[in-house]
Design a protein around this ligand. Structure first.
Ligand code: NDP
Length: 247
């Protein structure tokens, strides 16, 4: 029997991460995903993945914590019988504020989770992918990292940083044909955006050429492309999935 690929998705219990995990499961990959605190949502996601006939493992691991990140990679490596074929760095948070009101904690928490946490995962997984001479890495950035968002100096910096890391690592891993790309979502309907005031969401939506928010599945489709066979000659790229927001 042909060996199934193993995909590791951070923050896979809800929102975009869950849609990505389900989409990759539909491509016949076994899935290991992390979450921070929502065990019920994680259990539900694991059951949905298993329904597609592949294996699932939910791991509680804080993306901001190095020990947790290393343990997550170890568990995924074991679950994948000594392989990790695909890594999707999706876990991310916002702590919005205008710069004059932004606290050190708000800045540092976002950088630690969205940028340093991604570094921890990239370092640990690169070691495995270099050894196995195969890998597909997709980092979830944001339009905020491409064009900047008012009230999100911390978040925009973290997501621009993710793009820089994507390009640098793409060069480092290119000799082994391991691809490293980023997907930059626009405004997507998830708990993260549903937490915004309705008026702010409508104002932002009015400036999207498609005049509509995207769905988590729209992002999952782009990630699936970059995680699959069809994209094997694409590396170091940022794919905007934003209904035309950044045109
Ligand atoms: P949600 O808030 O809806 O879901 C976040 C997911 O990440 C949950 O599964 C959550 O688990 C997990 N998570 C959060 N913090 C941590 C942590 N420290 N460690 C481990 N897991 C964590 O977010 P979205 O689905 O909207 O966003 C996913 C990614 O897409 C993020 O990186 C975000 O920045 C990016 N993005 C989203 C956009 C949007 O419009 N929604 C636009 C552009 C980018 P738990 O429930 O256990 O906390």
């Amino acid at each position: 029997m042909e060996r199934r690929e193993l995909a590791l998705v951070t923050g896979g219990s809800r929102g975009i991460g869950r849609a990505v995990a389900l989409r990759l499961a539909g491509m016949n990959m076994d899935i290991v995903f992390s979450y921070r605190e929502g065990k019920a949502a994680a259990d539900e996601t694991a059951a949905l993945i298993e329904k597609q006939g592949v294996r699932a493992l939910a791991v509680q691991a804080d993306a901001a914590n190095r020990e947790d990140c290393d343990r997550l990679v170890e568990e995924a490596y074991r679950f994948g019988e000594k392989r990790i074929d695909v890594l999707v760095n999706n876990a991310g948070i916002t702590r919005d504020n205008l710069i004059l009101k932004m606290s050190d904690e708000q800045f540092e928490e976002v950088i630690q989770t969205n940028l340093t946490g991604v570094f921890y995962l990239l370092r640990a997984v690169s070691k495995i992918m270099l050894k196995q001479k195969y890998g597909r890495i997709v980092n979830i950035s944001s339009v905020a990292g491409v064009r900047g968002n008012a009230g999100q100096v911390n978040y925009s910096a973290s997501k621009a940083g993710v793009i820089g890391m994507t390009k640098a690592l793409a060069r480092e891993l290119a000799s082994r044909r391991i691809t490293v790309n980023a997907v930059a979502p626009g405004l997507i309907e998830t708990d993260m955006t549903m937490g915004m005031p309705k008026e702010a969401r409508e104002e932002l939506t009015a400036h999207i050429p498609f005049k509509a928010m995207g769905r988590a599945e729209d992002i999952a489709g782009a990630v699936a492309f970059l995680a699959g066979e069809e994209s094997s000659y694409i590396t170091g790229q940022v794919l905007l999935v934003d209904g035309g927001m950044c045109i």
